[in-house]
Design a protein around this ligand. Structure first.
Ligand code: HGY
Ligand code: MN
Ligand code: MN
Length: 414
């Protein structure tokens, strides 16, 4: 096969793939609701597998549903170079979070095949199961299993808020593979992703050269008071769990404000019995703390944990609180970061070095394989929102830099 030098990706074909797959879980507001291992997730997985097999890739599914599509290279003795991200979305997700990374990799693969370009090492696309952690906490669960952070049984046992288990859903949609997690090997991973923040757009830069991911910790809080009649219970005799949650949510917000650029959020809350004339007796809510510096994250955690008991005691509430996830700050691999810089130079795009505020599968994969990321802008920095938007040009630029970076790395193997 003759190698052609103009390995230029086809932005329109990438855009068409993004719009085509957006139908799987598409929402009336133009976003995607494709919760992990749902029927919609099965549809996009089936589509992805078929498209990779059309390119002559072999597709392997591991025991937690991670999908690995591999195109052979000249040398059988070299481990593949991977391009990975995720196809699951938030309940009110956009068309690009995760999806751009997998379909950008597919576009790179399609370009290699079209041009008959043979790489030294095999090239691989990876779709990681349950990156979002919205339906089954924690996030990045199955790239975490691959990296040895979580056991397969832990992942199988994770339940959504309706008590359904991840392992059962994987089997139900036919993506509980037989290959052990971690057994499909590769030597490097590049992840293309929208920035999900405002920096690239504000600085008019096309490519983010990502140096790492900030530390992230998740917690679960349950407050128990006493259900009682809103009309007949005097204000001073109530044990109002929702009032306790409200004061704690404000305190958590203040922990974030006191430790910038750290962030502190409450995203999920369940109020029981959630009846307009019952003083709430029980509230469940989740806490998300993040900071680039682990020591500052420790301080945020200590302040958050100190605030809750005081609020609970003042309102006569029982407090149950636990940390369910701790993903320490991660630094990406310099040789791969250099390939991204080279890839952007070749493509002629301005770059900006930056750490990632959002979590990504790359954060866990970086523990076991040299890894890095490439960011492209998104409109207004909005993500995890059906209005998430980016342009054909930005998606094309990201996929081109991804391909250029992979080829720069591959040339280094010759
Ligand atoms: O939570 C995160 O940062 C990622 O979007 N799952
Ligand atoms: Mn993502
Ligand atoms: Mn996300």
């Amino acid at each position: 096969m003759t190698a052609k030098t103009n390995l230029t990706i086809n932005p329109q074909r990438l855009w068409d793939a993004l719009m085509e797959t957006a139908q799987y879980g598409g929402t009336p507001k133009g976003g995607i609701k494709r919760l992990t291992v749902s029927d919609e997730d099965k549809k996009v997985r089936d589509w992805f597998k078929a498209e990779c097999e059309k390119l002559g890739c072999t597709v392997v599914v591991d025991e937690v549903g991670n999908m690995f599509a591999t195109r052979p290279g000249k040398r059988k003795d070299l481990l593949p170079i991977a391009m990975g991200s995720h196809l699951d979305t938030q309940p009110t997700g956009g068309k690009f979070d995760g999806v751009l990374g997998v379909l950008g990799a597919l576009e790179a693969m399609r370009t290699l095949v079209d041009m008959g370009y043979e790489t030294n090492a095999p090239v691989m696309i990876v779709n990681w199961t349950n990156e979002e952690g919205s339906r089954f906490a924690p996030a990045m669960l199955c790239s975490g299993v691959y990296a040895g952070v979580f056991t397969t049984d832990f992942a199988y046992g994770r339940e959504d808020r309706n008590g359904i288990k991840l392992g059962d859903e994987l089997a139900r949609i036919g993506y509980k593979g037989t290959v052990k997690a971690g057994d499909v090997k590769f030597q490097a991973m590049f992840e293309l992703h929208i920035e999900q923040g405002p920096i690239l757009e504000a600085e008019d830069k096309m490519i983010g050269v990502v140096t790492g991911v900030q530390g992230m910790r998740w917690y679960e809080v349950t407050l128990r008071g006493q259900e009682s009649h809103t009309g007949a219970t005097p204000m001073g005799l109530r044990k109002n769990a929702l009032l306790g949650a409200a004061r704690m949510i404000e305190a958590i917000h203040q922990v974030g404000m006191a430790h910038l650029p750290g962030v502190a959020s409450v995203g999920l809350i369940e109020n029981r019995p959630n009846s307009r004339n019952v003083v709430p007796g029980e509230v469940f809510f989740t806490v998300d703390l993040r900071h680039p510096d682990e020591k500052m994250l420790d301080r945020m955690e200590a302040e958050y944990k100190a605030a809750l008991p005081k609020i609970a005691a003042a309102l006569g509430l029982e407090l149950e609180e636990k940390r369910i996830w701790n993903s320490p700050a991660v630094k990406f691999a310099d040789p791969l970061i250099d390939c991204v810089r080279e890839g952007a130079r070749i493509a002629g795009h301005a770059t900006r070095e930056m750490a990632s505020g959002a979590g990504h599968d790359a954060a866990y994969i970086a523990r076991v394989v040299p890894t890095t990321m490439i960011f492209v802008p998104c409109l207004g920095g909005i993500s995890h929102n059906e209005a998430e938007s980016t342009t054909l040009e930005e998606c094309g630029a990201g996929a081109q830099v991804l391909l250029n970076a992979v080829l720069a790395y591959d040339r280094g193997l010759a």
